[in-house]
Ligand binder design. Sequence first.
Ligand code: 7MF
Ligand code: ZN
Length: 888
Amino acid sequence: MRDPNQEKNYLKDYTVPDYLIHNVALNFTLDEECTVVSSRLTLSRNPASKALINSLTLAGENLKLLSVNLDDGTDLSKEQYLQTQDSLIINNVPQQQAFVLCIENTINPKANTALEGLYLSNDMLCTQCEAEGFRKITYFLDRPDVMSLFTTTITGDKNRYPVLLSNGNKIAQGELPDNRHWVTWEDPFNKPCYLFALVAGQLECIADRFTTQSGREIDLQIFVEKHDMDKCDHAMQSLKNSMIWDEQVYGREYDLDLYMIVAVSHFNMGAMENKGLNVFNTKFVLARPDTATDSDYEHIEGVIGHEYFHNWTGNRITCRDWFQLSLKEGFTVFRDQEFTGDRTSKAVKRIEDVNMLRTRQFAEDAGPLAHPIRPDSYMEINNFYTLTVYEKGAEVVRMIHTLVGAEGFRKGSNLYFERHDGQAVTCDDFVNAMESANNIDLGQFRRWYAQAGTPVLTAHQHYDSTAQTLTLTLSQNCPATPGQTHKEPLHIPVTLGLLHKDGSVAQCKLQDNAAKEAQNQVILQLTQSEQVFVFENLAEQPVVSILRGFSAPVKLEMERSLEELAFLLSYDSDTFNRWEAGQQLAGQVIAGLIADVQNDQKMQLNPIIVTAFKQVLEHAWDDLSYFALLLSLPSENYLAEQMPVVDVNAIHAAREFLVQNLAEQLQPQFQALYENNHRDESGQFDSGAIGRRRIKNTCLSYLSKLENKDIQQLSQLQFNSAKNMTDQLAALTVIVNNPHPASQQCLADFYHQWRTEALVIDKWFALQAASNMPDTFATVQSLMNHPAFDLKNPNRVRSLIGAFSQANPLHFHAKNGQGYQFLADQIIALNTLNPQVASRMVSALTSWRRHDISRQTLMKAQLERIISTEDISKDVYEVASKSLNYEA
Ligand code: 7MF
Ligand code: ZN
């Protein structure tokens, strides 16, 4: 059994590295089962290190050591170094001058199913080093504050590995006997080893060029397998869009002459920002109108942007240690969110991001794995690439943006880049730059980095008609999280507007704020546990629109009547709050229906929701994607978040009842809207076409609840005649989630049509795994034995096992526990193959305290079974044990 306390790393224990590595010359001789790695390191003692040692400890895992050599002398004898499970300790290295260390070792990429280090994906060799994968390639100081200049030579068979890539610029190449060749790459920028990459294989290249604002010409190359060459145009365009955006919005230019992207089909995550050589999951590169949905197109552009933006926020300036991960990830997510907002619809993007944050990050922050965006400790760093570090981290950066304004933020980021280019720094360095550039005090604001949990923001209002004032009392309270019982008040920016009863804008004139003119909107600074704000000159009681744009990652509690929510849904000028009012309205109505179900009463629908929807349907919208969001109900997972004890069956029944009723009562409107927006289009990706598909498919999904023959035919017709994946998949989704005579046929046709397109087959698995039809569990079990299923491919695992456990609360939480047992079986199987993917799958079980006692018992039993498995990985052990030991 593992001991969690023994293997923990603490932020408070940080010390500077004892040695620095200035230059790294790597030599790879490629072979699937035995690649030879030789590394020549130039090191010296770090003058800043105070440790009283003269040995050097390098990290290394699963390496077969061949030789160690110091300063080009004779190879070291076994007495001069010590090898442990995860390190190589060299005794008596020079302390006064620089020295050269040469190490030779071999690795086995074919046996590497964990997909960390150097591994095989289809027939291609590729690397993944973040966070600590470089130590699976060779012995090294594998920590981000050791930055070095890398030169990499790769030698391999010309037929198997015609393309040989690494970071930087190609500086030499040549031919060798026995049909072999070699290439040397040089990266002129200092970098930590987690940004190292190597790719070798039979790859085709799509090339383009970009001219930077200062007139430099950059070569852009995307490498894919031959049959994917027709799916790279969108990724290439996205890359160019990202490059222009970073120049315009942050004044940041690309710094090498070459930018390469490689798409690989076996990848643990989305993508990786290796310097000059990004490696991507195929899912975030490949797109053709008939194979990728509108949302795939948007995500591809977002991820290409994310990795590109890392070149400045991550690579030029990197993290001092992994506790600072949010320094690069929170900031880069904020940057990619803004990029996508600018490219598509700001309103829609903000809603999508907040929706994700509230359903998934809030759950994390309320559970056993809650941690601050800058964690204090971890067992396995791979478990800390979390929604909290990424998404809440981005919200914290966004709050700084709100506090200092767009111009102030640009001044702050300029100063940050100026001060720290080429360095490995901390979250505090980022906040310091924002502070100095704007002459403000973010002292209290820094608590957001250290404190876990989602604060609850409570708002009370009182209108005084004699004084013509509105008094708003705001208070904040953050629930305890593991290891943090006491919470200090946070600095929370609360954006607020007021509306007159006719829907027009009322002026916000704050009392005791003589300097400030009345404004359409104000940003309140909540810094205490409770604070009172008084607004004057209000001849009638206004309607309060609070937390506009979701100005802080908090749970807002405010008494609201359904009428007030319906009013805001009609009139709020803030697009986020307008949508939010509709969500709350629907949420309250569904809560009423859930109570009916739980009390064994017939469900009674409050007609106010139908009227509100009718008004939305009658309005003339130009942003059809936003319109579609206004008609979308809160997800089952979001509704579960709102309940003290989750009742998956009641949630499903209540939500379905509402959908069905809306469909019945608004059928003519949905039908007309469908017809007006239906086109058989292919290859149209302007916001108009995307919006038409989104609103049309939203209508189709309502109409499909009517179990009406004509509508069944309509969805089948759309499925058969669709010329784009958005329409085809939307049709198949409604066919598979409702009783439909052709559902089996459509699934079979879809499989046959797309059997050679792995990413489309992923959709086919996911769609069935997330179905609410009664036979879903049996389907999932049989899909596990489908010839196209493969536990070694993370995308397949996420499509089938991930979709079932995370996107199908109804069936995953089946009362008899079969869903839990199934998931635990798969986690145990994955634990040996791929601990990172296995650990991510545990998340569906960690929320056990949120369910009824009988389900709690069943879920806990599976977690116990998981942690008592032999050879349990650190990754899975940390997540499973923390979920079990947590006291609510
Ligand atoms: C957009 O952050 C947003 C987040 C680490 C791997 C990509 O660039 C990354 C890598 C994980 C989880 C999410 C993302 C990434 C990783 C990601 C990708 C695109 N540095 Br793990
Ligand atoms: Zn990232």
